[in-house]
Design a protein around this ligand. Structure first.
Ligand SMILES: C[S@@+](CC[C@H](N)C(=O)[O-])C[C@H]1O[C@@H](n2cnc3c(N)ncnc32)[C@H](O)[C@@H]1O
Length: 196
């Protein structure tokens, strides 16, 4: 039986689940990408995983996000492991060599506590996914958390899921995880390992 104080953590949130699944797949010295740095929780997670010899490239359009993410990484003593870019994740192809990246993480939507209109949007997200697919090594992993609970997020979630599903014929292995039976459509995690 699950202890009462653990019940609120069940089922695990997609953000926690993503890190749990990715942690054993990232090794010291890896090059990895946080496509949506936000407050830097995933940037920090990735910086821990890659060690001193690794590198994290972190993207966000918003200055407020990068200030927050930078200070989180600085406080942990990992500044030397992270390069921040205040630009769209759609530009990531210019920042790394093809087939050199072990993991790319996307956590779509808006920055908690900030303007909800400054959210990810389908066109840039799909362009970024195309770029990420080129940058990933074979066997590299892409994670995307989608938020279908608001109208723009719902359309984006459909577009992202169908983009990923189309990779299956190219030998990618793809999965989807999320709560069901919720009042509003719940956030879900898409995971894909590059094949080919
Ligand atoms: C849900 S938040 C990310 C949360 C973050 N992963 C964390 O751990 O705190 C989504 C972020 O995506 C950013 N964003 C929106 N459009 C973007 C784009 N085209 N390129 C890069 N980041 C973008 C937003 O500014 C926002 O900070």
């Amino acid at each position: 039986m699950i202890p009462a104080d653990a019940a609120p953590l069940f089922p695990p949130r997609p953000t926690a689940l993503t890190q749990e699944i990715l942690r054993p797949l990232i090794g010291p010295g890896d090059l990895v990408i946080d496509a949506t740095a936000g407050n830097g929780h995933d940037t920090l997670f990735l910086a821990e995983c890659v060690g001193d010899a690794g590198k994290v490239l972190a993207f966000d359009l918003q200055e407020a996000a990068l200030i927050s993410a930078r200070s989180r990484v600085l406080a942990a003593g990992f500044s030397g492991r992270v390069k921040f870019f205040q630009e769209s994740h759609a530009e990531m192809a210019a920042r790394a060599v093809e087939e050199s990246v072990a993991v790319v993480m996307f956590n779509l939507g808006y920055l908690p506590g900030e303007n909800h209109d400054l959210t990810t949007e389908s066109t840039a997200t799909l362009a970024a996914l195309e770029a990420a697919a080129r940058l990933l090594k074979r066997g590299g992993v892409l994670s995307v958390i989608c938020y279908p609970g608001h109208p723009a997020g719902a359309a984006e979630a459909v577009a992202v899921e169908s983009w990923l599903a189309a990779r299956a014929i190219h030998g990618w292995r793809i999965a989807k995880y999320g709560a069901i039976g919720t009042r509003k459509p719940a956030p879900f995690l898409l995971l894909a390992m590059k094949g080919g």
